[in-house]
Write a protein that binds this ligand. Structure first.
Ligand code: GAP
Length: 457
């Protein structure tokens, strides 16, 4: 199989001639097959916003379910919550975002293009026209809005740039309404908004995106050990649960100068994108910064009383935080493959080798020929039997070869074809997406077969 791991790397970038998967191919597949569309594209689009189509919404949901299962349902030390997207300025003043959530903005004096200074190697010359850039100025990337009918200072509010603050301001509520004892976590999946100066690389950096964040509260002094635990656990998740290839993901520890205003140590999980190694997920030791900040800002008591040691203290927080959209991009990139299927150059297929648990559709059912009512009838009854159990597709367009190609391209793990033998002996062919092998199975055992294969994936 030829894959992203075959790239030759030069200065952290992949050489184009060896690249099997490119961003262009992923963007085109995503649009052609209904995974991702540019937002409002019939009006020319708006930079940094994306819409997810019929298959995209399923893949997103499967990624979020995999995260929720691993971090909430399969653990007894984490509970979930869902907080508001809009929060008042007092929250953002206390958390430090009003003061610190800035990116350095430079603007070309001539063509007026704007850049993030930390994205440029030369911060004095415009990469577009070669003229002088302005001195960097701090640009706050939170989206501002107004609550209620009067747009005055008293009505100002902000769209959250991370889910985490919604969790911190609810720490007391969760503690008093659940039996949770330290160490324990609160997980959230939800939208976040950042008015990024530059967006790009498709859904890698956008202005509206979704995050999966876990705030894991621990006793001060145990934070180092828990930081180590989450480094390993999150890497396990990427490899085992999402099926990301080990050589495409790595950990990078932040230099002191890179740390966010709240963090004493951070490790990034980086992925080998076609545009180089870049952040996929951040893991931060946020210490007691946020809870203390909200105690000072609100006057609420956000301390924890340890009944065993009879001590009262402010917990430390370890935070694994990742974007759904960035995970989506990585899952598609990692699964993308092209391979020859015959001697001619046109004998080639594109296949998304998604883990079956992530695939938008699990099974596609076809009659060998759409013109044979007796085949259509049997296929239709198999489709109806499977549909309540798993996401299943029906296709009777064109010939069977074309239908297989179409399902390969969207990552459907198994195709069931009803042929003439089916009418005689009650068996169908089940074709495997990755090996393209076909086996005969009795119609009666199909739902158990797929349920069993899915539970093993
Ligand atoms: N609560 C911590 C926090 O928000 P972050 O490193 O700024 O930390 C966490 O963001 C993750 O959210 C990133 O690793 C990335 O996956 C995702 N993310 C951040 N900004 C993004 C953007 N503009 N577009 C898409 N995903 C983004």
């Amino acid at each position: 199989m030829s894959t992203i791991s075959d790239y030759r790397e030069v200065d952290g970038r992949m050489t184009a001639e060896e690249q099997i998967v490119t961003m262009d191919k992923i963007v085109s597949l995503a649009k052609r097959r209904g995974f991702v569309f540019g937002s409002s594209d019939i009006y020319g689009g708006v930079s940094g916003f994306w819409d997810y189509g019929p298959l995209g919404v399923e893949l997103r949901r499967n990624i979020k379910d995999a995260w929720w299962r691993a971090n909430v349902h399969n653990r007894d030390d984490v509970v979930g919550m869902d907080s508001s997207l809009i929060m008042p300025p007092a929250v953002w003043a206390a958390s430090g975002h009003l003061e610190n959530f800035n990116d350095p903005l430079v603007e070309c004096q001539s063509c007026k293009r704007r850049y993030r200074a930390d994205d440029l190697e030369d911060t004095s010359t415009c990469p577009n026209c070669g003229n002088r850039l302005s001195e960097p100025r701090q640009f706050n990337t939170m989206f501002k809005t107004y609550v209620g009918p009067v747009a005055d200072e008293a009505a100002v509010a902000y769209l959250r740039p991370e889910t985490a603050q919604g969790t911190f301001v609810n720490f007391r509520n969760v503690l008093s309404s659940t039996p949770m004892k330290l160490p324990f976590g609160i997980a959230q999946i939800g939208k976040s908004f950042r008015n990024e100066i530059t967006t790009g690389n498709f859904i890698f950096r956008s202005r509206e995106f979704e995050q999966m964040e876990l705030e894991f509260f621990v006793k001060p002094g145990t934070d180092d050990a828990w930081f180590g635990y989450w480094r390993e656990e999150r890497m396990r998740w990427w490899r085992d649960d999402l099926g990301i290839r080990a050589d495409n993901i790595r950990l990078r520890d932040h230099e002191k100068s890179e740390l966010s205003h709240y963090s004493t140590q951070t490790s990034d999980f980086e992925y080998r994108y076609p545009f180089g190694w870049k952040e996929l997920e951040g893991l931060a030791d946020r210490t007691d910064f946020d809870l203390k900040a909200h105690m000072a800002g609100s006057g609420a008591d956000l301390t924890y009383f340890d009944e065993e040691t009879q001590e009262r203290f402010v917990p430390f927080v370890i935070e694994p935080a990742v974007g759904v959209d960035r995970s989506f991009l990585v899952v598609m990139l990692d699964a993308y493959d092209e391979e020859p299927t015959g001697p001619k150059p046109s004998d080639r297929r594109t296949v998304l080798r998604l883990k079956p648990s992530l695939a938008p559709l699990k099974v596609a059912v076809f009659p060998l020929s759409a013109n044979k009512p007796e085949l259509v009838e049997v296929a239709r009854s198999i489709y109806s039997e499977l549909r309540p159990l798993l996401p299943v597709a029906w296709d009777q367009r064109g010939n069977v070869g074309k239908r297989y190609r179409a399902q390969d391209e969207i990552g459907t793990p198994w195709c069931v074809t009803v042929d003439y033998q089916s009418l005689e002996d009650g068996t169908v062919t089940v074709r495997d997406r990755d090996s393209m092998e076909q086996e005969r199975h009795p119609v009666a055992g199909l739902s158990d077969l797929f349920r069993q294969r899915l539970s093993q994936s």
